[in-house]
Design a protein around this ligand. Sequence first.
Ligand code: PA5
Length: 426
Amino acid sequence: MIQINPSNILKDKIGATHGISQQALDNLCTKYQPLTQEVFRAKNKVGYDFLNLPDDSELLRKIKKFVTNQNRYKWENIVVLGIGGSALGTIAVRSALISNYKRPRVFVVDNIDPQSISDLLSSINLSKTLFLVISKSGGTTEPMALYGLMRSELVKKKIRNFKKHFVFITDPKKGLLRKIAKKDGIQTFDIPSKIGGRFSVLSSACLVPLVLAGVDVNGLLKGARVMREVIKSTKGTVNPALLLAVSQFVMDRKKGKTMTVLMPYSNALFRVGDWYRQLLAESIGKNEKTGPTPINALGTTDQHSQLQLYTDGPNNKLIIFLRVLKFNEDPETGDQLPKELSFLNNRKMSTLLDAAYFGTAGSLTHSKRPNLTIEVPKVDAKNIGALFMLFEFQIALLGLLYKVDAFDQPGVEHSKQITKQLLSEL
Ligand code: PA5
Protein backbone atom coordinates (compact mmCIF):
# COMPACT_ATOMS: atom_id res chain seq x y z
CA MET A 1 0.00 0.00 0.00
CA ILE A 2 1.03 3.59 -0.60
CA GLN A 3 2.82 5.05 2.43
CA ILE A 4 3.90 8.58 3.29
CA ASN A 5 7.15 9.34 5.06
CA PRO A 6 7.07 12.87 6.48
CA SER A 7 10.29 12.67 8.54
CA ASN A 8 12.12 15.31 6.50
CA ILE A 9 9.65 18.04 7.37
CA LEU A 10 10.38 17.55 11.06
CA LYS A 11 12.23 20.05 13.21
CA ASP A 12 14.84 17.55 14.36
CA LYS A 13 15.83 17.03 10.72
CA ILE A 14 15.64 20.55 9.27
CA GLY A 15 15.58 22.84 12.30
CA ALA A 16 12.84 24.87 13.98
CA THR A 17 12.69 27.70 11.42
CA HIS A 18 11.61 25.42 8.58
CA GLY A 19 10.48 22.25 10.32
CA ILE A 20 7.69 21.27 12.65
CA SER A 21 7.93 19.02 15.70
CA GLN A 22 6.47 15.52 15.63
CA GLN A 23 4.26 16.53 18.54
CA ALA A 24 2.90 19.56 16.68
CA LEU A 25 2.26 17.45 13.56
CA ASP A 26 0.42 14.85 15.65
CA ASN A 27 -1.62 17.56 17.38
CA LEU A 28 -2.59 19.23 14.11
CA CYS A 29 -3.62 15.95 12.51
CA THR A 30 -5.76 15.18 15.57
CA LYS A 31 -7.26 18.67 15.53
CA TYR A 32 -8.18 18.47 11.84
CA GLN A 33 -9.26 14.80 11.88
CA PRO A 34 -12.98 15.82 11.88
CA LEU A 35 -12.47 17.39 8.45
CA THR A 36 -12.04 13.87 7.03
CA GLN A 37 -15.53 12.94 8.23
CA GLU A 38 -16.82 16.27 6.92
CA VAL A 39 -15.60 15.36 3.42
CA PHE A 40 -17.22 11.91 3.63
CA ARG A 41 -20.46 13.44 4.88
CA ALA A 42 -20.50 15.81 1.90
CA LYS A 43 -20.13 12.98 -0.63
CA ASN A 44 -23.40 13.72 -2.38
CA LYS A 45 -22.78 17.44 -2.70
CA VAL A 46 -21.52 19.22 -5.81
CA GLY A 47 -17.79 18.57 -6.21
CA TYR A 48 -17.47 15.96 -3.44
CA ASP A 49 -19.26 13.45 -5.68
CA PHE A 50 -15.81 12.31 -6.87
CA LEU A 51 -15.92 10.00 -3.85
CA ASN A 52 -18.72 7.94 -5.41
CA LEU A 53 -17.14 7.44 -8.85
CA PRO A 54 -15.22 4.22 -8.04
CA ASP A 55 -18.51 2.47 -7.20
CA ASP A 56 -20.23 2.95 -10.55
CA SER A 57 -20.17 -0.64 -11.79
CA GLU A 58 -23.13 0.01 -14.09
CA LEU A 59 -21.09 2.62 -15.99
CA LEU A 60 -18.19 0.20 -16.35
CA ARG A 61 -20.52 -2.46 -17.75
CA LYS A 62 -21.91 0.05 -20.25
CA ILE A 63 -18.44 1.17 -21.36
CA LYS A 64 -17.22 -2.41 -21.78
CA LYS A 65 -20.28 -3.27 -23.88
CA PHE A 66 -19.68 -0.19 -26.02
CA VAL A 67 -16.01 -1.11 -26.50
CA THR A 68 -16.91 -4.66 -27.52
CA ASN A 69 -19.29 -3.21 -30.11
CA GLN A 70 -16.63 -0.88 -31.42
CA ASN A 71 -14.23 -3.78 -32.03
CA ARG A 72 -15.94 -4.41 -35.38
CA TYR A 73 -14.54 -1.12 -36.69
CA LYS A 74 -10.95 -2.15 -35.87
CA TRP A 75 -9.99 1.39 -34.91
CA GLU A 76 -6.29 2.06 -35.33
CA ASN A 77 -6.41 5.36 -33.46
CA ILE A 78 -8.35 6.73 -30.54
CA VAL A 79 -8.08 10.51 -30.46
CA VAL A 80 -9.22 12.39 -27.36
CA LEU A 81 -10.23 16.00 -27.99
CA GLY A 82 -10.37 17.64 -24.58
CA ILE A 83 -8.48 20.00 -22.31
CA GLY A 84 -7.68 20.40 -18.59
CA GLY A 85 -9.58 17.88 -16.49
CA SER A 86 -10.98 16.33 -19.66
CA ALA A 87 -7.49 15.36 -20.83
CA LEU A 88 -4.92 15.29 -18.03
CA GLY A 89 -6.15 12.10 -16.34
CA THR A 90 -6.03 10.15 -19.60
CA ILE A 91 -2.57 11.56 -20.34
CA ALA A 92 -1.37 10.55 -16.86
CA VAL A 93 -2.61 6.97 -17.16
CA ARG A 94 -1.51 6.64 -20.78
CA SER A 95 2.03 7.70 -19.88
CA ALA A 96 2.13 5.34 -16.93
CA LEU A 97 0.49 2.24 -18.35
CA ILE A 98 0.18 2.24 -22.13
CA SER A 99 3.11 1.32 -24.33
CA ASN A 100 3.68 3.55 -27.38
CA TYR A 101 3.70 0.41 -29.51
CA LYS A 102 0.26 -0.75 -28.43
CA ARG A 103 -2.69 -0.64 -30.85
CA PRO A 104 -5.01 1.19 -31.04
CA ARG A 105 -2.76 4.19 -30.56
CA VAL A 106 -4.15 6.74 -28.10
CA PHE A 107 -3.61 10.42 -28.86
CA VAL A 108 -4.75 13.25 -26.63
CA VAL A 109 -5.12 16.59 -28.36
CA ASP A 110 -5.32 19.08 -25.52
CA ASN A 111 -4.18 22.16 -27.37
CA ILE A 112 -5.08 24.09 -30.47
CA ASP A 113 -1.48 24.27 -31.60
CA PRO A 114 -1.64 24.44 -35.43
CA GLN A 115 1.53 22.45 -36.11
CA SER A 116 0.78 19.53 -33.82
CA ILE A 117 -2.77 19.23 -35.18
CA SER A 118 -1.57 19.08 -38.75
CA ASP A 119 1.20 16.60 -37.75
CA LEU A 120 -1.48 14.39 -36.22
CA LEU A 121 -3.70 14.63 -39.29
CA SER A 122 -0.85 13.59 -41.53
CA SER A 123 0.03 10.60 -39.36
CA ILE A 124 -3.40 8.99 -38.89
CA ASN A 125 -5.84 7.33 -41.26
CA LEU A 126 -9.09 9.18 -40.54
CA SER A 127 -11.24 6.30 -41.71
CA LYS A 128 -9.67 4.18 -38.94
CA THR A 129 -9.96 6.80 -36.21
CA LEU A 130 -12.44 7.22 -33.39
CA PHE A 131 -12.67 10.70 -31.86
CA LEU A 132 -13.72 11.13 -28.25
CA VAL A 133 -14.85 14.70 -27.72
CA ILE A 134 -14.65 15.25 -23.97
CA SER A 135 -15.90 18.38 -22.24
CA LYS A 136 -17.80 18.56 -18.97
CA SER A 137 -19.32 21.93 -19.79
CA GLY A 138 -19.81 20.92 -23.40
CA GLY A 139 -18.80 24.29 -24.77
CA THR A 140 -15.08 24.89 -24.13
CA THR A 141 -13.55 26.64 -27.13
CA GLU A 142 -10.60 24.32 -27.70
CA PRO A 143 -12.34 20.92 -27.88
CA MET A 144 -15.27 22.44 -29.77
CA ALA A 145 -12.94 23.95 -32.38
CA LEU A 146 -11.09 20.64 -32.65
CA TYR A 147 -14.37 18.79 -33.06
CA GLY A 148 -15.34 21.20 -35.87
CA LEU A 149 -12.00 20.68 -37.55
CA MET A 150 -12.08 16.87 -37.38
CA ARG A 151 -15.68 16.75 -38.53
CA SER A 152 -14.82 18.95 -41.53
CA GLU A 153 -11.84 16.71 -42.35
CA LEU A 154 -14.04 13.61 -42.30
CA VAL A 155 -16.65 15.31 -44.50
CA LYS A 156 -13.93 16.61 -46.90
CA LYS A 157 -12.55 13.11 -47.24
CA LYS A 158 -16.08 11.87 -47.97
CA ILE A 159 -15.85 9.30 -45.19
CA ARG A 160 -19.21 7.56 -45.04
CA ASN A 161 -21.28 7.80 -41.89
CA PHE A 162 -18.83 10.18 -40.23
CA LYS A 163 -20.99 10.27 -37.09
CA LYS A 164 -19.85 6.83 -36.06
CA HIS A 165 -16.36 8.33 -35.76
CA PHE A 166 -17.46 10.44 -32.79
CA VAL A 167 -18.36 9.81 -29.18
CA PHE A 168 -19.20 12.74 -26.91
CA ILE A 169 -18.48 12.60 -23.17
CA THR A 170 -20.15 15.46 -21.38
CA ASP A 171 -22.68 16.67 -18.82
CA PRO A 172 -25.89 14.57 -18.84
CA LYS A 173 -28.12 17.54 -19.67
CA LYS A 174 -26.31 20.81 -20.17
CA GLY A 175 -24.06 22.22 -22.87
CA LEU A 176 -23.71 22.46 -26.63
CA LEU A 177 -22.09 19.08 -27.03
CA ARG A 178 -25.17 17.45 -25.55
CA LYS A 179 -27.35 19.47 -27.96
CA ILE A 180 -25.29 18.47 -31.02
CA ALA A 181 -25.34 14.82 -29.91
CA LYS A 182 -29.13 14.87 -29.72
CA LYS A 183 -29.53 16.55 -33.08
CA ASP A 184 -27.00 14.35 -34.90
CA GLY A 185 -27.59 11.10 -33.06
CA ILE A 186 -24.04 10.81 -31.76
CA GLN A 187 -23.23 8.25 -29.06
CA THR A 188 -22.64 9.84 -25.64
CA PHE A 189 -21.42 9.06 -22.15
CA ASP A 190 -22.28 11.20 -19.14
CA ILE A 191 -19.93 12.95 -16.77
CA PRO A 192 -22.09 13.17 -13.60
CA SER A 193 -23.45 16.69 -13.18
CA LYS A 194 -22.02 17.08 -9.66
CA ILE A 195 -18.46 16.33 -10.84
CA GLY A 196 -16.09 19.15 -11.76
CA GLY A 197 -13.67 18.81 -14.70
CA ARG A 198 -10.48 18.25 -12.69
CA PHE A 199 -12.18 15.73 -10.38
CA SER A 200 -13.49 13.65 -13.30
CA VAL A 201 -10.54 11.27 -13.65
CA LEU A 202 -12.50 8.24 -12.42
CA SER A 203 -15.60 9.06 -14.47
CA SER A 204 -16.41 8.23 -18.09
CA ALA A 205 -14.14 11.18 -19.06
CA CYS A 206 -11.14 8.89 -18.60
CA LEU A 207 -12.69 5.46 -18.32
CA VAL A 208 -13.98 5.43 -21.92
CA PRO A 209 -10.58 6.17 -23.52
CA LEU A 210 -8.82 3.88 -21.06
CA VAL A 211 -11.10 0.89 -21.67
CA LEU A 212 -10.70 1.43 -25.43
CA ALA A 213 -6.94 1.42 -24.85
CA GLY A 214 -7.09 -1.84 -22.91
CA VAL A 215 -6.11 -0.42 -19.50
CA ASP A 216 -7.01 -2.40 -16.38
CA VAL A 217 -9.73 0.02 -15.23
CA ASN A 218 -11.04 -2.51 -12.69
CA GLY A 219 -7.65 -2.20 -11.01
CA LEU A 220 -7.74 1.59 -11.26
CA LEU A 221 -11.15 1.80 -9.55
CA LYS A 222 -10.27 -0.85 -6.99
CA GLY A 223 -7.13 1.08 -6.03
CA ALA A 224 -9.25 4.21 -5.56
CA ARG A 225 -11.74 2.29 -3.41
CA VAL A 226 -8.99 0.79 -1.26
CA MET A 227 -7.43 4.22 -0.70
CA ARG A 228 -10.84 5.70 0.15
CA GLU A 229 -11.26 2.98 2.77
CA VAL A 230 -7.79 3.63 4.21
CA ILE A 231 -8.60 7.34 4.50
CA LYS A 232 -11.95 6.53 6.13
CA SER A 233 -10.59 4.04 8.64
CA THR A 234 -7.37 5.71 9.78
CA LYS A 235 -6.74 8.61 12.09
CA GLY A 236 -4.15 11.31 12.70
CA THR A 237 -0.79 11.03 10.95
CA VAL A 238 -1.64 7.49 9.84
CA ASN A 239 -4.36 8.90 7.59
CA PRO A 240 -2.41 9.58 4.36
CA ALA A 241 -4.70 12.27 2.92
CA LEU A 242 -4.89 14.11 6.23
CA LEU A 243 -1.13 13.90 6.76
CA LEU A 244 -0.49 15.23 3.26
CA ALA A 245 -3.02 18.06 3.53
CA VAL A 246 -1.96 19.15 7.01
CA SER A 247 1.76 19.03 6.11
CA GLN A 248 1.21 21.13 3.01
CA PHE A 249 -1.06 23.59 4.83
CA VAL A 250 1.28 24.10 7.77
CA MET A 251 4.34 24.36 5.54
CA ASP A 252 2.62 27.07 3.48
CA ARG A 253 0.92 29.02 6.27
CA LYS A 254 3.50 28.72 9.05
CA LYS A 255 6.79 28.14 7.26
CA GLY A 256 6.41 30.20 4.08
CA LYS A 257 6.61 27.25 1.67
CA THR A 258 4.37 28.81 -0.91
CA MET A 259 5.33 26.35 -3.65
CA THR A 260 4.86 22.61 -3.86
CA VAL A 261 7.12 20.55 -6.08
CA LEU A 262 5.86 17.10 -7.01
CA MET A 263 8.89 15.09 -8.09
CA PRO A 264 8.39 11.46 -9.09
CA TYR A 265 11.48 9.28 -9.48
CA SER A 266 9.73 7.48 -12.32
CA ASN A 267 9.09 8.58 -15.90
CA ALA A 268 5.80 6.69 -15.77
CA LEU A 269 4.48 8.91 -12.98
CA PHE A 270 5.71 12.22 -14.34
CA ARG A 271 2.40 13.10 -16.00
CA VAL A 272 0.51 12.32 -12.78
CA GLY A 273 2.33 15.48 -11.72
CA ASP A 274 0.67 17.46 -14.54
CA TRP A 275 -2.70 16.17 -13.44
CA TYR A 276 -1.94 17.11 -9.81
CA ARG A 277 -0.73 20.55 -10.90
CA GLN A 278 -4.17 21.39 -12.26
CA LEU A 279 -5.94 19.87 -9.26
CA LEU A 280 -3.99 21.93 -6.74
CA ALA A 281 -3.80 25.15 -8.73
CA GLU A 282 -7.44 25.44 -9.76
CA SER A 283 -8.89 24.10 -6.53
CA ILE A 284 -6.91 26.07 -3.97
CA GLY A 285 -5.69 29.16 -5.88
CA LYS A 286 -8.73 31.17 -4.89
CA ASN A 287 -7.79 34.54 -3.47
CA GLU A 288 -4.68 36.61 -3.03
CA LYS A 289 -3.72 34.68 0.07
CA THR A 290 -4.41 31.04 -0.76
CA GLY A 291 -2.84 28.69 -3.19
CA PRO A 292 0.57 27.03 -3.08
CA THR A 293 2.03 27.16 -6.59
CA PRO A 294 2.44 23.61 -7.94
CA ILE A 295 5.62 22.69 -9.79
CA ASN A 296 6.22 19.45 -11.62
CA ALA A 297 9.72 17.95 -11.69
CA LEU A 298 11.22 14.58 -12.60
CA GLY A 299 13.96 12.64 -10.82
CA THR A 300 16.73 12.18 -11.73
CA THR A 301 16.39 14.35 -14.85
CA ASP A 302 15.58 17.58 -13.01
CA GLN A 303 18.37 17.09 -10.49
CA HIS A 304 20.39 18.48 -13.38
CA SER A 305 18.02 21.35 -14.03
CA GLN A 306 16.07 22.36 -10.91
CA LEU A 307 17.87 20.98 -7.88
CA GLN A 308 20.35 23.85 -7.55
CA LEU A 309 17.39 26.18 -7.03
CA TYR A 310 15.60 23.83 -4.64
CA THR A 311 18.73 23.30 -2.54
CA ASP A 312 20.33 26.76 -2.53
CA GLY A 313 17.67 29.19 -3.76
CA PRO A 314 14.79 30.66 -1.73
CA ASN A 315 13.63 28.23 0.94
CA ASN A 316 9.99 28.57 -0.10
CA LYS A 317 9.18 25.10 -1.39
CA LEU A 318 7.81 21.85 -0.05
CA ILE A 319 9.15 19.00 -2.15
CA ILE A 320 6.99 15.88 -2.44
CA PHE A 321 8.78 12.86 -3.88
CA LEU A 322 7.07 9.88 -5.45
CA ARG A 323 9.35 6.89 -4.95
CA VAL A 324 8.58 3.62 -6.70
CA LEU A 325 9.65 0.63 -4.60
CA LYS A 326 9.65 -1.99 -7.37
CA PHE A 327 9.85 -1.53 -11.12
CA ASN A 328 8.20 -4.01 -13.48
CA GLU A 329 11.32 -4.10 -15.63
CA ASP A 330 14.76 -3.39 -14.24
CA PRO A 331 17.71 -3.66 -16.67
CA GLU A 332 21.28 -3.91 -15.38
CA THR A 333 24.29 -1.88 -16.50
CA GLY A 334 26.51 -4.93 -17.26
CA ASP A 335 30.28 -4.93 -16.78
CA GLN A 336 31.70 -2.89 -19.64
CA LEU A 337 32.64 0.30 -17.81
CA PRO A 338 36.29 1.05 -16.92
CA LYS A 339 37.76 0.81 -13.40
CA GLU A 340 37.11 4.49 -12.65
CA LEU A 341 33.40 3.84 -13.18
CA SER A 342 33.28 0.36 -11.67
CA PHE A 343 30.78 1.58 -9.03
CA LEU A 344 28.29 1.70 -11.91
CA ASN A 345 28.97 -1.82 -13.15
CA ASN A 346 26.45 -4.63 -12.58
CA ARG A 347 23.90 -2.29 -11.13
CA LYS A 348 20.18 -2.42 -11.58
CA MET A 349 18.77 0.86 -12.90
CA SER A 350 16.45 0.97 -9.89
CA THR A 351 19.47 0.86 -7.55
CA LEU A 352 20.98 3.88 -9.29
CA LEU A 353 17.65 5.71 -9.28
CA ASP A 354 17.13 5.01 -5.59
CA ALA A 355 20.64 6.16 -4.74
CA ALA A 356 19.91 9.40 -6.59
CA TYR A 357 16.61 9.81 -4.74
CA PHE A 358 18.24 9.24 -1.32
CA GLY A 359 21.08 11.58 -2.30
CA THR A 360 18.64 14.32 -3.29
CA ALA A 361 16.35 13.93 -0.28
CA GLY A 362 19.44 13.84 1.97
CA SER A 363 20.99 16.93 0.46
CA LEU A 364 17.72 18.89 0.61
CA THR A 365 17.30 17.88 4.24
CA HIS A 366 20.89 18.89 4.99
CA SER A 367 20.07 22.32 3.48
CA LYS A 368 16.96 22.53 5.70
CA ARG A 369 14.52 22.15 2.80
CA PRO A 370 11.31 20.35 3.84
CA ASN A 371 10.57 17.28 1.78
CA LEU A 372 8.32 14.29 2.17
CA THR A 373 8.06 11.05 0.27
CA ILE A 374 5.08 9.11 -1.02
CA GLU A 375 6.17 5.51 -1.49
CA VAL A 376 4.41 3.72 -4.33
CA PRO A 377 4.88 -0.10 -4.21
CA LYS A 378 4.88 -0.30 -8.04
CA VAL A 379 3.44 1.44 -11.06
CA ASP A 380 0.20 -0.34 -11.90
CA ALA A 381 -3.44 0.56 -12.37
CA LYS A 382 -4.28 -0.13 -8.73
CA ASN A 383 -1.65 2.19 -7.32
CA ILE A 384 -2.44 4.92 -9.82
CA GLY A 385 -6.12 4.72 -8.84
CA ALA A 386 -5.03 4.96 -5.21
CA LEU A 387 -2.89 8.02 -5.97
CA PHE A 388 -5.81 9.74 -7.73
CA MET A 389 -8.06 9.19 -4.72
CA LEU A 390 -5.34 10.21 -2.25
CA PHE A 391 -4.68 13.50 -4.05
CA GLU A 392 -8.35 14.32 -4.68
CA PHE A 393 -9.15 13.75 -1.02
CA GLN A 394 -6.14 15.78 0.04
CA ILE A 395 -7.35 18.69 -2.11
CA ALA A 396 -10.89 18.46 -0.68
CA LEU A 397 -9.30 18.68 2.79
CA LEU A 398 -7.13 21.62 1.74
CA GLY A 399 -10.29 23.40 0.57
CA LEU A 400 -11.65 23.08 4.12
CA LEU A 401 -8.34 24.03 5.72
CA TYR A 402 -7.95 27.17 3.58
CA LYS A 403 -11.72 27.80 3.77
CA VAL A 404 -12.11 28.10 0.00
CA ASP A 405 -14.43 26.37 -2.47
CA ALA A 406 -12.15 23.70 -3.93
CA PHE A 407 -14.64 22.87 -6.65
CA ASP A 408 -15.18 26.07 -8.59
CA GLN A 409 -12.84 27.88 -11.00
CA PRO A 410 -14.05 31.45 -11.58
CA GLY A 411 -10.67 32.51 -12.98
CA VAL A 412 -10.80 29.82 -15.68
CA GLU A 413 -14.43 30.65 -16.55
CA HIS A 414 -13.58 34.34 -16.91
CA SER A 415 -10.83 33.64 -19.44
CA LYS A 416 -13.16 31.27 -21.35
CA GLN A 417 -15.77 34.07 -21.61
CA ILE A 418 -13.30 36.71 -22.81
CA THR A 419 -11.89 34.33 -25.46
CA LYS A 420 -15.40 33.61 -26.78
CA GLN A 421 -16.21 37.31 -26.84
CA LEU A 422 -13.02 38.16 -28.73
CA LEU A 423 -13.67 35.45 -31.29
CA SER A 424 -17.21 36.59 -31.91
CA GLU A 425 -15.99 40.14 -32.49
CA LEU A 426 -13.24 39.17 -34.98
O1 PA5 B 1 -11.55 21.75 -13.62
C1 PA5 B 1 -12.18 22.37 -14.46
O2 PA5 B 1 -13.41 22.49 -14.40
C2 PA5 B 1 -11.52 22.98 -15.69
O3 PA5 B 1 -10.19 23.19 -15.57
C3 PA5 B 1 -11.81 22.09 -16.89
O4 PA5 B 1 -11.24 20.82 -16.70
C4 PA5 B 1 -11.29 22.67 -18.21
O5 PA5 B 1 -11.52 24.04 -18.31
C5 PA5 B 1 -12.01 21.98 -19.37
O6 PA5 B 1 -13.39 22.15 -19.23
P1 PA5 B 1 -14.45 21.24 -19.94
O7 PA5 B 1 -14.23 19.83 -19.54
O8 PA5 B 1 -15.75 21.78 -19.48
O9 PA5 B 1 -14.25 21.43 -21.43
